[in-house]
Design a protein around this ligand. Sequence first.
Ligand code: GTP
Ligand code: MG
Length: 391
Amino acid sequence: SPETTTEEEPLILTSLPGETGIGKSTLMNTLFNTTFETEEASHHEDCVRLRPQTYDLQESNVHLKLTIVDAVGFGDQINKDDSYRPIVDYIDAQFENYLQEELKIRRSLFDYHDTRIHVCLYFITPTGHSLKSLDLVTMKKLDSKVNIIPIIAKADTISKSELHKFKIKIMGELVSNGVQIYQFPTDDEAVAEINAVMNAHLPFAVVGSTEEVKVGNKLVRARQYPWGVVQVENENHCDFVKLREMLIRVNMEDLREQTHSRHYELYRRCKLEEMGFQDSRGCLQETYEAKRKEFLSELQRKEEEMRQMFVNKVKETELELKEKERELHEKFEHLKRIHQEEKRKVEEKRRELEEETNAFNCRKAAMEALQSQALHATSQQPLRKDKDKKK
Ligand code: GTP
Ligand code: MG
């Protein structure tokens, strides 16, 4: 049991992956000496689903907040091409949450509930042959994002000499495929020696069991077979104790540290570069200022463009109005000319008519004069006529 751990901070584990019943749940129960869950995962999922579960472990004076993330359905699909993706996405999502908190003006990282994955226990099937390509691909995709500790599950199902060869083979395959697994740190003198020894034991071959068997006069966790007993905590039987020591006692702090300084840092750098922070080694304040200036000048340029557009529009409208005015003026002039012409014609007509009237009046007067003359003449003539008639 983790009695030397007095951490309050959460340790996040992801138990990956494994074909049905590789022994993930059993090992977790054995590691933390509890019963986490009884339900078995369904192995008929369409895709891989990450299921986090948080536990508060309390043992005497030890308090440990532990989150176990199970990759439900890993390796169960017929097409396994994208099996790693949900796991990568999940890890990234936790990094993203942390980054968002870090970028806030009012950061509260002190009481931030950190959900970043600190370690990935990668369960390898004890075939004795070689790693499956799914395992290699997945580990390759994960190695820059999380501390991978590969473990050979159900190590009691493989013979001692086979196990030795299997371990060498696995390490060879990891190296030749460029997969970077977590190395127990050897730079701190206090743990350098033990960590160096432990690095040589990787991948740990583990056995899990929640069953207790009487060995001698002691009850120990073990798996009992017709031919004998495999003791979980016996270092001659398997590497369970090594795993527990390394994970919970010796290197828990380093796992956290590596998660932050290596994996998260890489994520952060890529993300900030994506966001346009070119020189992530430079001062963030400077980069921010430069970005701000760039943004402001861009804003100014846009504003100027808008203003120019507005001015042009106004000018255009002004021209249009002027043109309309000119047209109206022309029309007016034209009408005025027509009107004057008409007026002139009417005046002429009036003059003509006046002249005609005058002429008419003259003729009329002449006629009247003539008429009166004639009348006068005829008033004497009838006598003559009468005389003539009488003749
Ligand atoms: P899922 O959650 O369904 O994917 O399964 P799991 O990976 O959690 O496996 P689980 O721990 O439920 O174990 C499945 C079976 O394997 C059980 O019958 C366990 O008793 C057995 N088992 C677990 N660990 C070991 C081990 O180290 N050796 C052997 N031989 N059997 C084991
Ligand atoms: Mg399980």
